[in-house]
Structures are given as C-alpha cells and as structure tokens.
Design a protein. Structure first.
Length: 133
C-alpha cells in the first residue's frame, strides 16, 4: 500500500531560462546595455535571479528580484490609497545592466524547491555606439 502521508524533499532544483544572444539588430555595432524590463507574476515569497553576459563571455553580474507583492496592511487596519488588501497579479520589474558589447545574453533562474516563477516577457534597453574595429 502507498503511504500518502509521507513528505518527500529532494534538494534544491535549479530551474532556469537562458535567452539567445541578442545583437539588437546589428552585430557589428557596439551597444551600451543599460537595463532590462521584465513582466512577471507577483507570487507570495518567490524570487528570481537574473544574470547576464556580453559577447559570449562569462557572467558579468547577477541580481535577485523578489516577486512578492510590495505593499502590506494590518488586519482590520488600512488607510485609503495606502494599504493593500489581497493584491497580487502581474508587475513590471527593472534590472540594471552595465558594460558594452556586441551581444547580450540573459539568464533567469531560481534554485529553490517549490518556488515557481512566471515570466511573460522582457525588453532589453541599449544604446548603439560605434562599429567595432
């Protein structure tokens, strides 16, 4: 017989999504990568770590973004237009980049068990510089 009362935990599971290398429409032009906006689902205590690399190199930097709703309210106490009540949904988050390069690749990851994250899209912000010689 199966024991339905047992709880099993298998270490951390590293879930990730790695993008392709983006050249922003011109592989010969150097870009100043400024930031990224991503659209994700707010979720109670979940988070996602975003890392990036430029020109097929190793990771330059990473940042962890909390996907938890930003406001809070005490039970039975709330101020109009200040307190939040049961707020969750979708939100746009910002991640700052640094450095110049021809291409950029972004990785979204979470290595916590039972912490799913839902990302719906992203937009990389960059300015074009000169052609690489």
């Amino acid at each position: 017989a199966l024991d339905a009362t047992s709880v099993y935990s298998i270490g951390a599971i590293d879930g990730y999504y790695q993008t392709k290398n983006y050249d922003m429409g011109s592989s010969v032009k150097v870009k100043n990568f400024l930031a990224m906006l991503f659209w994700g689902e707010e979720a109670s205590s979940n988070e996602v770590t975003i890392s990036f690399s430029e020109d097929f190199g190793s990771t330059i930097d990473s940042v962890t973004k909390s996907l938890a709703p930003s406001g809070s309210s005490l039970w039975d106490v709330a101020l109009w237009d200040v307190g939040t009540w049961g707020v969750s949904g979708d939100k746009i988050y910002t991640v700052k980049f640094k450095g110049n390069g021809n291409v950029i690749q972004v990785k979204f990851q979470n290595n916590e068990i039972d912490e799913t994250y839902h990302l719906y899209g992203f937009n990389i912000l960059a300015t074009m510089l000169d052609t690489k010689q």
